[in-house]
Design a protein around this ligand. Structure first.
Ligand code: TRP
Length: 346
């Protein structure tokens, strides 16, 4: 799909998490940053933030919260977010979002929240254990999609690049915006659209299952050359003869290489497997070196940002100022209509 990006607003939210892996990078981080560059080149705006208020829901250790936010900020900068262009900030530094959240609750049918997938999954888990359906579920989880809608609608976002699991939330956001507009008979909030990358971009883990920290099968994103080599050497292989002619699509090494190596390396591996004669050890070495080459600059940049975190904090504060300037008029015109009052000078 060819996106019309001219003067559009692209917004990405990132939850603070423990560690990032190469699947996150190629599947989400890089495409979002690339789309950001593209929209900026078309005179639009790129908005990117760390969704720390969303994370309070599952992360209640303050030190861990701060560490995760710092790590994500440094990682995204190291991956190429340019804070002089992209509006890059922390959600909690923009109070307009929370004011918007309160307003939006009044236009959100409760049934939407009952159907949201994270809440439904939590309910199903409770019921499977024979517990009351809402046991241990807080309102932060229940209202999660409304906060996300506020993130998106407060800036008048046009496009929201997300993983497949977040598409439902963007659709709920569009429905909420539609409900507001219908209520007052005018276009108050812009209807956003989710952007997803295709399934072939999904990179399996080193054991062939979904790449996930909880399975211990990741190739880490922010890692030394040694750590990356070790992870790549650990990719599971079968015991076919080296000279056997293989179908690359059935070989895990190739499935991973396809997602993380440059085209020339991918073609060489494909050829080696199809013809036979290229050993798995050789392929792993090629892959490891090509990944190290791509990720080494990111690792170095990350260390630089980490060592100079006060500078990163300044960037985030500057980003929050710009975010607030973008948010204020959208929120004010919404408020003015709801309350029938002028917001000038407020
Ligand atoms: N919910 C998103 C996730 O789990 C993170 C997020 C929060 C987000 N607010 C957003 C994503 C707004 C896009 C737009 O990954």
């Amino acid at each position: 799909m060819q996106l019309q990006l001219q003067h559009k607003i692209v917004l990405t939210g990132v939850k603070p998490t423990g560690t990032l892996h190469i699947g996150n990078y190629y599947g989400a981080i890089k495409p979002a940053i690339d789309l950001g560059h593209a929209v900026l080149a078309q005179g639009g705006q790129h908005v990117m933030f760390i969704a720390d208020y969303h994370a309070v829901n599952y992360l209640k250790d303050p030190v861990q919260m701060q560490e995760c936010s710092e790590r994500i900020a440094c990682a995204y900068l190291a991956c190429g977010v340019d804070p002089s262009k992209t509006i890059f900030y922390r959600q909690s530094d923009v109070p307009e979002v929370f004011e918007m959240t309160t307003l939006l609750t009044n236009f959100t049918p409760k049934g939407f929240m009952n159907k949201a997938h994270a809440y439904k999954a939590a309910v199903d888990k409770n019921l499977a254990k024979g517990e009351p359906q809402d046991a241990g579920i807080n309102m932060g989880l229940y209202n999660y999609p409304i906060l996300m809608a506020a993130d998106i609608l407060t800036y008048g976002s046009d496009y929201v690049p997300v993983g497949k699991d977040q598409v439902q939330h963007v659709e709920i956001t569009a429905d909420i915006a539609g409900a507001v507009n219908a209520c007052y008979g005018q276009q108050i909030l812009k209807i956003p659209q989710a952007i997803t990358s295709d399934d072939t971009a999904i990179i399996p883990g080193t054991d062939g299952r979904k790449m996930s920290k909880s399975y211990g099968n990741v190739i880490p994103l922010i890692a030394s050359a040694e750590e990356i080599r070790k992870a790549v050497m650990g990719i599971k292989t079968d015991c076919q003869d080296i000279n056997a002619q293989k179908n690359p699509d059935e070989i895990l090494l190739y499935q991973i290489a396809r997602g993380v190596c440059p085209e020339a390396v991918v073609m060489e591996i494909k050829e080696g497997l199809t013809q036979g004669g290229m050993g798995y050890g050789t392929i792993k070495k090629m892959m490891a070196e090509s990944i190290v080459k791509e990720l080494a600059p990111i690792y170095d940049a990350y260390q630089g940002y980490k060592a100079n975190y006060s500078k990163v904090e300044e960037m985030l504060q500057e980003g929050a100022k710009r975010a607030r300037a973008l948010a204020r008029p959208v929120l004010d015109s919404f408020k003015a209509i709801v309350l029938n009052k002028s917001m000038k000078g407020k």
